[in-house]
Design a protein around this ligand. Sequence first.
Ligand code: C6P
Length: 403
Amino acid sequence: MMINYKNDFPILKQTVYGKPLVYLDSSNSTQKPQCVIDTLSEYYQKHHANIHRGIYELSVRATTLYENARRFIQEFIHAKHTHEIVFVRGTTEAINLVAQSYGRSQFKKDDEIILSGMEHHSNIVPWQLIAEQTGAKLKIIKILDNGEIDLAHYKTLFSKKTKFVALTHASNVLGTINPIKEMIAIAHEHNTPVLVDGAQAFPHLTIDVQALDCDFYTFSSHKAYGPTGIGVLYGKTTLLEKMPPYHGGGNMIETVSFDRSTYNKLPFKFEAGTPNIADVIAFHTALVYLKNIGMEKIIAHEKHLLQYATEKLNELPNLRIIGTAPNKLGVISFVLDTIHPHDIGTVLDREGIAVRAGHHCAMPLMERFAIPACVRASFGLYNSTEDIDALIAGLHTAMRLFH
Ligand code: C6P
């Protein structure tokens, strides 16, 4: 069951402060395999030209590579059509696009938007902005003590005014994998569309948007072994079609005159300007890399790491894991005694161990668990049980230093 792909990631071969680098911050951003780095360099050396415009060989080739990536992603998440895959800068932009385009055209005063109490700021603030602009209101699903969503509470939040539900597939702090299929079905009983924030789930689970029946699904390449600056908005055709453009500019139009413009067909209506061509193509390479390993294998590996780390961390006195749901990603957040999470992060850094310490862009969740911050270790396919042993040793050092 154990897999070891560390050698594919050149960055992981370095030392930090004279210690081998132990990278435990994949929920923040994953490292990149050599094949992704090579694709970027090869693209600029051999294939670059602007796309969808040129009639010459290079432009046709770049356009083909870009559109092949879209087709691969469509198949990877089991979307019905390629035009349901819209390239954006990342999850954050995808959610803002839906909030501003769908929300601005559909919400009115006193309409209600349901979010959960475990959302990342990227799935809170865009909805607050559109609520301020339209007079809509937010309703928040409670979180249980073990870090699961309170489904009973969720069901009570629907009313005639409910217009939208936006939920994370998995929490970036608690690791909880939410029962989104069930939650989407409940929302649909109330004729309410659902956006799923897949930033954390996409790189670590198999995603089938048709089986989930979600209306929108969003994710970022950089958390899935691809480059930064690129992400995807999946949307059902019927919804994307009725939404107005988000950005105006080249590529997204059909005709322009000073009286009026008409818009390009999907997905181009939402891809104004020259897109991030190279990173789309390198994201394709990252997904081929994942597919070749096999998502099932990656899932089993990360589950094993989670179990191992949970057992080891629970052996430490005065350590409290935040988020103990039975169904979790390879993400463990914790607080340790009275040692401030930032101090723990600093000590671990000196040992060559990269973790994240802070509020993890989920301040309402920190408040829910009555903590100012926590330390988070998160795993990728390149991690091993030795990395977790190094973390435990680093925590012992922190405990010695601060007592
Ligand atoms: N979470 C973390 O360390 P972007 O930055 O657009 O690629 O992704 C935003 C985002 C949205 N939703 C969830 C659930 C996320 O976890 C993130 C990014 C990182 O947890 C950086 S704050």
